[in-house]
Design a protein. Structure first.
Length: 159
């Protein structure tokens, strides 16, 4: 699943670079979900239904002082179709947090994903930043089991 996401992010980056597509965070997330993820269901045995994708959906928040019970995340791939924070299969396979024009993935997102994946070891976290201001650039950090597996898991610069 992670290799598929990486390949799709590369394709996505190449497309928006060629098109010089103007967008901000929500448009980028939406386009990636619908133009890449939806079209590639059934390419992996664990990703077989578009209903596994969630945009701006809730997951259970990590316990802590002054924290809400649930928190929304940019893009989620669930284990089972039609899952959500209140269903039986409520731990995602992947949580992707996106930022736009931050120069790098958000430290807050990385720290949150580290904590979440430590508690939910089957979940992968991906913190992404896409810069579109001057020269297009995508940077992504891969997190699993409470650790940064690869800080520059994906580093793409416009040509």
């Amino acid at each position: 699943m992670i290799d598929l996401i990486k390949r799709l992010l590369i394709e996505f980056f190449e497309e928006i670079q060629i098109e010089k597509w103007p967008a901000k965070e929500r448009e980028l997330v939406s386009r990636f979900a619908f133009s890449k993820l939806v079209k590639n269901t059934n390419k992996e045995s664990e990703f077989y239904d578009p209903a596994q994708i969630g945009l701006e959906v809730r997951v259970e928040q990590i316990k802590g002082e002054n924290r809400k019970e649930f928190v929304c995340k940019d893009l989620i791939i669930w284990k089972e179709p039609n899952s959500n924070a209140w269903t039986e299969f409520n731990v995602p396979k992947v949580i992707m947090e996106w930022k736009h024009n931050n120069s790098q993935p958000s430290k807050y997102d990385i720290d949150w994903l580290k904590e979440y994946t430590k508690l939910n070891g089957e979940c992968f976290g991906i913190a992404i930043n896409i810069d579109t201001n001057k020269k297009l650039k995508l940077t992504a950090t891969l997190i699993h089991k409470g650790e940064i597996k690869e800080e520059n898991w994906l580093l793409l610069n416009a040509t």
